[in-house]
Design a protein around this ligand. Structure first.
Ligand code: FAD
Length: 512
């Protein structure tokens, strides 16, 4: 007998909400629980990257997300006595519909995802926590506790999107190697008096660390983010204590900003850690987002990676199914996403060292070398290609999963450059007698078959989660099948039984 639930999502942060939305959009029966009684909490993430917006697009939320975002952000870098203006609105990223950095509050992202989920009939069950999960022969028995009531639910899979202190991770017995970072982060919403250009982000590189001021405060006009090393180290996880006003003013003074703090209605100390779960799956328990990896905010990767993990897992749990899906396909989620997280862990570690370390090398780089190099910065920033490359890396636009277990190739190679696992890049194609951006065609849940101009019709017709597009701009007789997360799944120079077999293997069409 199949479980009455396909996925129990634990945690309604950006990762859990995305996963739930994607799984529901692909036909799964889903419940989402979160131990927090209230939906709203102070935002941590303020930056969304292009790849994140791409994976969210088929879920129909990017319009609402961008309506509450700044897609042409401007920043001022303060390097010693020099100020450098940076425009982040038109980056050299021709293969995405989102060629810009996006400033958006995490709270807005969560609100939009929560509303989209509610519109599909799934309401987050708040004040409800997972306390136990036991694998049984056919499913998982998960114990939920809320306001004194205890309920046992049977589910095919548990998705642990429950943050750095993940209960699912401990219940699954998955190792969590790594350690705490020495510097901590201070976040505060502040009002300031003084000569500071409004409406732009300010980034100050000083000997003691980096200080950011974003015009994105929630309880006051500015959001301050600073790194510092303190004697009384906090334990990572959970909300930290507030920061006294004089210490906040001290951070602004040390950065050399000519401002006086007039109010700080909210502040928090945050201890950081660098960790990576040993596995992202144990049986029918899966990990995604901060439950699977933890790092510093350098480069704005946490929420972005969590959303991208979710976009890799939600459709698998819906289409492949945790109760009957082949092991190698269920394992392929971890096999694809864990190496990405390992790479990001190294990258964010290095970036955070540059931002926050107080040893002589890092302090000299920020406090002496950066100001000396400042006059070169405008010329460097004019180099659109170079800047674009930096943002490709941060946005994870070149991440792919070649050689993975989901990929399939027909007996005749496809003439194009795409290989199974590659991200399908955006670009203009001809389809249905018009020129159209490819990602516009892919902006619906499901698997998309991109048929070459002279390809025969496949033996299997379109359906609610199987879309056919004939690209008359693509010569040949082959096909590329695009997975729901925008990666190529199957490529072939011919349309034949291999395609249908691959579609069956991932549950995109029913098994015979
Ligand atoms: C200072 C700072 C700045 C940052 N800036 C950025 C940025 O610009 N860009 C970016 O991408 N990332 C950024 N991040 C990281 C980002 O905030 C996190 O990576 C993101 O919140 C992770 O989302 P998540 O859904 O995986 O986990 P969380 O947001 O931690 O959500 C987990 C949820 O699970 C719930 N939960 C926990 N245990 C249980 C249980 N047993 N039962 C039920 N519910 C449970 C919790 O209540 C919580 O709501 C920043 C982080 C910090 C600290």
């Amino acid at each position: 007998m199949s479980a009455p639930l396909d996925v129990l999502v634990v945690g309604a942060g950006p990762t859990g909400l995305t996963l739930a939305l994607q799984a529901v959009a692909h036909g799964a029966r889903v419940r989402v629980v979160d131990r927090r009684p209230a939906a709203l909490r102070p935002s941590r993430a303020l930056i969304a990257h292009a790849r994140t917006l791409e994976v969210l697009r088929p879920l129909g939320v990017t319009g609402d997300l961008l309506a509450g975002a700044d897609t042409a952000p401007r920043a001022r870098l303060h390097l010693g006595r020099h100020e450098v203006a940076v425009e982040l609105g038109e980056l050299d990223l021709p293969d995405t519909a989102f060629p810009h950095l996006t400033f958006v509050r995490q709270a807005h992202v969560e609100a939009v995802l929560g509303e989209a989920l509610a519109s599909r009939g799934v309401t987050v069950e708040r004040g409800t926590e997972l306390v136990a999960a036991v694998e049984e022969p056919a499913d998982v028995a998960a114990t939920l506790r809320s306001a004194g009531a205890v309920e046992v639910v049977h589910t095919a899979a548990v998705a642990g999107c429950d943050g750095v202190d993940s209960t699912v991770r401990s219940l699954a017995g998955i190792g969590w190697p790594g350690g705490a970072a020495r510097p901590e982060v201070v976040l505060a919403d502040v009002d300031l008096e003084g000569a500071l250009e409004r409406g732009v982000a300010h980034v100050v590189a000083g000997r003691h660390g980096l200080v950011f001021l974003f015009a994105l405060g929630e309880c006051a006009p500015w959001r301050l983010l600073a790194t510092r090393v303190v004697a009384d180290r906090l334990r990572p996880g959970g909300p930290g204590p507030p920061v006294p006003d004089d210490e906040l003013q001290g951070l602004l003074d040390a950065a050399g900003l000519p401002v006086r703090l007039t109010a700080a209605p909210w502040s928090e100390r945050i201890a950081l850690q660098h960790r990576l779960a040993d596995r992202f799956r144990a049986g029918r328990l899966f990990l995604a987002g901060d439950a699977a990896h933890a790092w510093s905010p350098a480069g704005g990767q946490g929420m972005n990676t969590g959303v991208q993990d979710a976009a890799g897992l939600g459709w698998r749990l819906a289409l492949v199914g945790a109760s009957s899906g082949p092991e190698r396909l269920l394992d392929s989620y971890s096999a694809e996403r864990r190496p990405v997280a390992a790479q990001l862990l190294s990258m964010t570690r290095l970036l955070f060292w540059g931002e926050s370390a107080t040893g002589p090398l890092a302090s000299t780089l920020r406090g002496v070398v950066a100001p000396l190099a400042a006059p070169l910065a405008p010329a460097l920033l004019q180099h659109r290609r170079l800047v674009g490359r930096g943002f490709r890396l941060l946005a994870q636009l070149d991440q792919g999963y070649r050689g993975g277990a989901v990929g399939g190739r027909g007996s005749t190679p496809h003439a194009g450059r795409l290989r199974p696992g590659d991200r399908v890049r955006d670009g203009t194609v001809a389809c249905g007698g018009r020129a159209v951006r490819l990602h516009e065609l892919l902006a619906r849940p499901g698997v998309h078959l991109l048929l070459d101009r002279n390809a025969p019709d496949p033996a299997i017709g379109p359906g609610p989660l199987l879309h056919l597009h004939r690209l008359t701009s693509s010569p040949g007789r082959g096909v590329v099948a695009v997975r729901p997360d925008g990666h190529a799944g199957f490529t072939s120079g011919a349309v034949d039984g291999e395609l249908v077999r691959w579609l069956r293997s991932i549950g995109a069409v029913p098994a015979r």
